[in-house]
Design a protein. Sequence first.
Lengths: 275, 121
Amino acid sequence: MIAQRQMHAGEASALTMSALAALLEQRTGQRIAANRAWRIDTALKPIATERGMASIDALVAEVRGGGNAALADQIVDALLNQETSFFRDAGAIETAAEAIATVATGRPRIWCAGCSTGQEPLSLSMALTEREVEHELIATDVSGHAINRARAGRYSQFEIQRGLATMRMLRWFDQDGSDWIARPALVRGINFRRSNVVLDTPPGRIFDGVLCRNVLFYLAPDLRPRVLDAIADSLRPGGLLMLGAGETVIGQSDRFAPSKRFRGLYELVAPKPAA
Amino acid sequence: MKSCLVVDDSKVIRKVARHILEGLDFTVSEAGDGQEALDACRSKMPDVILLDWNMPVMSGMDFLRALRTTDAAPRPKVVFCTTENGVAHIRAAIDAGADEYVMKPFDRETLASKLQIVGVA
Ligand SMILES: C[S@@+](CC[C@H](N)C(=O)[O-])C[C@H]1O[C@@H](n2cnc3c(N)ncnc32)[C@H](O)[C@@H]1O
């Protein structure tokens, strides 16, 4: 009920709204109400218009009952908050790069979970390469659209300068009209994949570090411990986790503890509990 | 509180920048061209200068070159802020001693992130 009241329903019916909430939660584990700024109308109107549909109700009716998977994908994409920027939260990426390079025994292997349009893994890759640390980076997101954009490495003028130092922009990107495109040398080392942190199981014990920033916040609370558990399983002993600035593992998982050596990161402490 | 000198011949841009900068806890002063900016720096050197490129009387580049020949200590940070968005312009600004470069239009987050990058925010 509360969730529905917080949604800005605009013209869409209550039935449409609950169908949308269900669709989003099924596909991504996200609660629509967690993001108060969401305006369903603004997000979905362009899709309805593009398809010549008169209303959001008509649009959602089309996907209810599992019909039209491509359209459902497009709707889910439009409802996701994909806000991101280069080197988001001053110093965080540098800290992560430094810390992960320190704990890794060989070539660091890192997973960016919920990487959106790629600014986060690209930032991490820049920071590591500038430290002359060869690395393997896997970047995943539930949104196919976001992953395609990340793979293309093309950013608008507005996106490129948010958080990115000019020297880095000149070193790592080429200008194309008013866009900026990541150099192949930067993108080549990153394996972008569409994958869902709630439904897909990551490979076990292979990562030295996982960045899962500003993703858990939007998830239904009961899913957060599960996702943290899957992340813990994917880390090798001594591996590190970085969450978003406002996120914590406290009260959600006892397999991590705040790192004493690296501020803002969590260390894997507890082994997998016996089944 | 850090101080910022906003150098732009557009009153509107100065106003927008002032609004953002005051929100970021800067004390703000303004200049309408490079010469006015040099005069302002001679009387009180700011921590950071937000600098437009094309201005009457003295351009941003001429101002920057003049500023970098004075040995003011501590050296103020200079963030170019202009509609010139080509690589050649950006490189020229950096070569002339700019610390950062913002392409107009910009918003609060972009400016805040650039000020953080140069170490004044
Ligand atoms: C707010 S963005 C954060 C991006 C980046 N990590 C950052 O901090 O800047 C959240 C991202 O998580 C993705 N996401 C949401 N639910 C997901 C899920 N169940 N599995 C994988 N990614 C998900 C969204 O598509 C979106 O791109």
